[in-house]
Write a protein that binds this ligand. Sequence first.
Ligand code: KG4
Ligand code: ZN
Length: 335
Amino acid sequence: MGLVLGIETSCDETAASVVDDQLSIRSSVVESSLEVHKDFGGVVPELAGRAHVATIGSVVRRALVEAGLDPLAPTLDGIAVTSGPGLIGSLLVGLAAAKGYALAWGIPFIGVNHLEGHLFAPLLEQPAMEWPIITLLVSGGHSMIVLQSSAGEHEVLGETIDDAVGEAYDKVARWLGLGYPGGPVIDKMSKDGVVGSLPLPKSMAGAGLDFSFSGLKTAVVRGTEKRPDLSMSDVAASFQGAVCEQLLRKLRQAVDGNDVRGIALAGGVAANSALRAGVTAMAQEFAIEVHLPSMAMCTDNAAMIAAAGHYRLQHNGPSPLTLSAVPNWQLADVR
Ligand code: KG4
Ligand code: ZN
């Protein structure tokens, strides 16, 4: 049974995981440096990089031990590491570690695209997936609609032209004084609010599949200045309602225009309750499958990197040890 060790350090999570060639997770360890960034309202790259340096060794060791492997000489078929996109200092910590282990243990090393990793996350929990599928990949750094004809075969149909969805959540939460990260708290508060109590514009009403969230964020700021009487829950519900309306409208258009067998969610914002409910209802309406990863598989983890690593090792072979970090590596450039 071929085993791949995955390593993920592109943002604030230091993660390592062992996944076998049937995409069964043997171990998955995630350490987050979120606490050190909380007071700054977002991830501070220098602090994230330092946290990775401090924890990478113990995180990898734990992942190997929990998978039943010898941490000094594990039997592995390869090491997959996120080489982009992400924060340069953070990416370099994972890359340096992965190259060191690959050299020491004499095994192949492969650089993986973080976004392709997110696309593999639903597969780890539902390996018997019927293709093609449309995936809505929404996180703190990215928002896109992807058509996947099979695992590893993807085409970006639309993406954000400004902020990512999670970024918009985090900025609105910061404006409302709700702390960081903003997604979970706005999602929770929305449950007690009324959608539409703060009128917000319909974004990107045009025919394309691209998104825009920065106008919505500005409209929330302007709107709450004019309506200080509105409760925080009503503002949260109105913002979340407008975000989901746009995401679901574009997703519907993509599903309608392509003959697909399923819809999947991926990325940190895939944890959003309204989005999960909306996507589930849409799949029912189209009579196709819905693939909603668990919370652990929505947010950054290394199992998804190991899964993508299995595929890339098989299809592209190992990466050269000269491979460096690519902070802006686009999903559309992954072949
Ligand atoms: O995928 P992720 O862990 O990191 C990136 O690669 O960006 O996503 C983190 C983002 C944050 O912006 C956070 O506010 C958002 O996901 N998020 C949510 C929810 N939970 C996390 N956004 C909306 N609703 C949620 N329940
Ligand atoms: Zn991510």
